[in-house]
Design a binder for this molecule. Structure first.
Ligand SMILES: [Zn+2]
Length: 671
């Protein structure tokens, strides 16, 4: 058992701490939480073991070990030694990760115990977007180390998108060099809310790796050798890498290298969606997929399929002809037709197709696995159709969203997804909740697991990338692995400790000790006269909503403007709120709390007017002090604009003139 000797040496490094420092650790320190354990008398300290006694024994494939779940293992820790039992090497590897974490926490001394542990789901994963900003190979390898420590099983490698085709393949050797360098203006101007990406030529002398020029032109791509190295490193850590080649959307990069793959008509120069009805497009992607399939041993290949704007298909002669010839009535069916054919090709290569939940549109192909990202509905719908799903809802698992109070965090696409919220997610409860009576335990078998996605539009450097991942990825690891009851306090303690280990590995983690947490002002109810008020909201298109309890519930907004229990999005244009307090009464203050968020195209109103009335017919304007508007734009700010008044009224009318997508509103305050 050569392997056992090697792994014992690796473990030895962690176990050779002087016993005088001992603070023995049991399995409760481990992330992900182990399935079950019992403590037994005594401790195991390798310093006290005589040299001729094997301290660590592996029994892999032992007939007495009956759990056939890949990765399952048991640990028996006794004063004189440790026995690992597992069905396979993967299980033994996971047992070692448990021991490493216990040894770390206990300064080398382990509480004696019996541990039974097995993964809940096979897919426990992170998605790395290396396209919006390129990631160095070294950074990818570091994350694989950290993922292995918490028993994550897969990494989803998002390799192509609008900003680059970041893998250099023999079938199209010019494509990566032509597309993988550019000037991403979006990130360098705080006021800019429009994305601007200007492709640039490959810099002279570029080999592979990340390329920066003063933060202007940046980029890079992987050679096949780079990929082979990453794959081998992952395989040693029992991590499978699922490559993603985006299609038919998210392909603006290809415009530069393969303009002939796009639709006819003049729209195509602005679009990122390839023409899905010409043979050239299939030929290109099938050649790419064939080479990718040979390179990556994964049973899956991800083909994206998301956010394809289908408008240019409507305008394309070829696409229209195909629709007419085949009697297709919607462009969604064109997307579905394209995906089905790609799936057939992939299946012929011995691979399974995964796509984002948009592949449901126009009919799901036969064996496709769906990644549910737009919340959970797509996942629930797929499970109901007995398709396999991976849950990666943006409401919990989008790590491009910031993880603490936005004023202290780097620019991020949304505020806010703190550790406790990420930890609170449970895929089965989520899907069962959506499906209601239609849900059966049999359907739960189609949930393959969980995954967090780190999109990198705003994430320029490798250390920033790591900062967004850890410790939140620990929560994904625990949810994906453990069926033990959740305990956030235990998990948080363990996360703080494990971040220490990651820092020692050179990984930049978010510092939990500096966490501000939820916005204090949102946690207690404010005094208000709106308790029994009726609020009706008129949008700029004339439509009305008469039930928006969030705006009069006495709770100011938290950091997350996505939280629809607290925040309402107004839409742009001229909007009006009418508040009926139920009876004429004295009023001392009127105000509106709102959030500006340029990255989400939400801005404070250009203009706001408040007037009040006793009868709902005659209104008297109220003076608002417009100097309360904050000067200058920030990434994110919450403001209450209001004024003291003195008088009696029953009705309060608030008119706002809003640009772009409007503003986020959390409360209409009347006192
Ligand atoms: Zn077309």
């Amino acid at each position: 058992m050569k392997k056992s000797v090697l792994t014992l040496l690796a473990l030895g490094a962690a176990l050779t701490v002087p016993v005088s420092l001992a603070a023995q650790a049991g399995p409760d320190v481990v992330i992900p939480a182990v399935s079950s354990y019992t403590l037994t008398p005594g401790t195991f300290a390798p310093g006290e073991i005589s040299r001729d006694n094997p301290a660590l024994t592996f029994r892999i494939g032992d007939r007495k070990f009956r759990d056939t779940t890949p990765g399952a293992y048991t640990l028996s820790i006794k004063p004189k030694g440790i026995t690992v039992r597992a069905a396979d090497e993967r299980g033994a590897f996971y047992a070692l990760q448990t021991l490493r974490q216990m040894a770390d926490a206990g300064n080398g001394v382990l509480s004696c115990c019996e541990v039974t542990d097995r993964p809940r789901y096979p897919h426990r994963s992170l998605m790395f977007d290396v396209v919006r900003h390129f990631r160095s190979k070294e950074a990818v390898l570091r994350q694989l180390d950290a993922m292995a420590l918490v028993k994550m099983s897969r990494m989803h490698f998002h390799l192509t998108d609008n900003e680059g085709f970041r893998i250099r393949l023999d079938c199209c050797p010019d494509v990566a060099p032509k597309t993988s360098f550019g000037d991403a203006r979006f990130f360098h101007d705080i006021l800019s809310t429009t994305y601007s990406y200007t492709p640039a030529e490959e810099p002279e002398g570029y080999v592979t790796g990340t390329y920066y020029d003063d933060g202007k032109v940046c980029g890079g791509y992987y050679s096949k050798d780079d990929i082979r190295e990453i794959l081998a490193y992952a395989a040693e850590r029992h991590i499978e890498i699922i490559p993603e080649i985006e299609m038919p959307g998210h392909n603006r990069a290809l415009l530069k290298a393969r303009p002939e793959l796009f639709c006819t008509g003049d729209r195509h120069t602005r679009d990122n969606v390839v023409c899905v009805t010409q043979e050239e497009t299939f030929a290109f992607f099938e050649a790419v997929l064939k080479e990718v399939a040979e390179l990556f041993p994964s049973e899956y290949i991800h083909i994206g399929g998301d956010e394809a704007s289908k408008d240019n298909w409507k305008a394309c002669d070829r696409c229209r002809e195909t629709m007419a010839r085949e009697g297709l009535t919607s462009v969604d069916q064109l997307q579905s037709r394209f995906i089905r054919r790609i799936e057939k090709s992939l299946n012929a290569m011995g691979k399974k197709l995964i796509g984002w939940d948009e592949i449901l549109e126009g009919g799901l192909s036969e064996n496709a696995t769906v990644m549910s990202w737009r919340g959970s509905d797509g996942g629930a719908k797929s499970v109901a159709m007995e398709h396999d799903v991976i849950m990666t809802p943006n409401t919990y698992y989008y790590f491009d969203y910031c993880q603490d109070a936005p004023y202290k965090e780097p620019r991020a696409f949304n505020a806010c997804l703190p550790l406790d919220r990420v930890y609170s997610y449970d895929p089965e409860k989520d899907i069962a909740g959506i499906l209601g009576d239609a849900y059966t335990p049999e359907l739960a078998k189609h949930i393959l697991g969980v995954q967090a996605n780190l999109w990198t539009e705003c994430v320029i450097t490798d250390p920033h990338f790591e900062y967004m991942l850890w410790p939140r990825a620990f929560a994904v690891a625990e949810t994906g692995w453990s069926e033990a009851p959740k305990d956030y306090n235990r998990f948080r303690r363990n996360s703080e400790r494990l971040c220490g280990r990651l820092r020692a590995m050179g990984i930049n983690c978010f510092d939990l000790s500096t966490e501000v947490g939820e916005r204090k002002a949102s946690l207690t109810e404010i005094p208000r006269l709106t308790r029994d008020a009726k609020l009706s909201f008129r949008f700029s298109n004339g439509s009305r909503r008469d039930h928006i309890p969030q705006l009069t519930d006495g709770h100011l907004g938290g950091w997350s403007t996505r939280d629809s229990t607290q925040w309402v999005s107004s839409g742009g244009g001229k909007v009006q709120m009418m508040l009926d307090l139920g009876k004429v009464q004295p009023i001392h203050y009127i105000g509106v709390e709102m959030a500006e968020y340029p990255l989400r195209k939400r801005f404070f109103p250009k203009k706001m007017e408040i007037d009040v009335s006793r009868d709902g017919v005659e209104f008297t304007p109220v003076d608002i002090d417009m100097t309360q508007w904050p000067e200058g734009r920030k990434d994110f700010q919450i403001v209450t604009v209001g004024t003291t008044v003195s008088g009696e009224a029953r009705y309060v009318r608030i008119k706002m003139d809003l640009i772009r997508s409007g503003v986020h509103l959390s409360e209409v305050i009347v006192n």
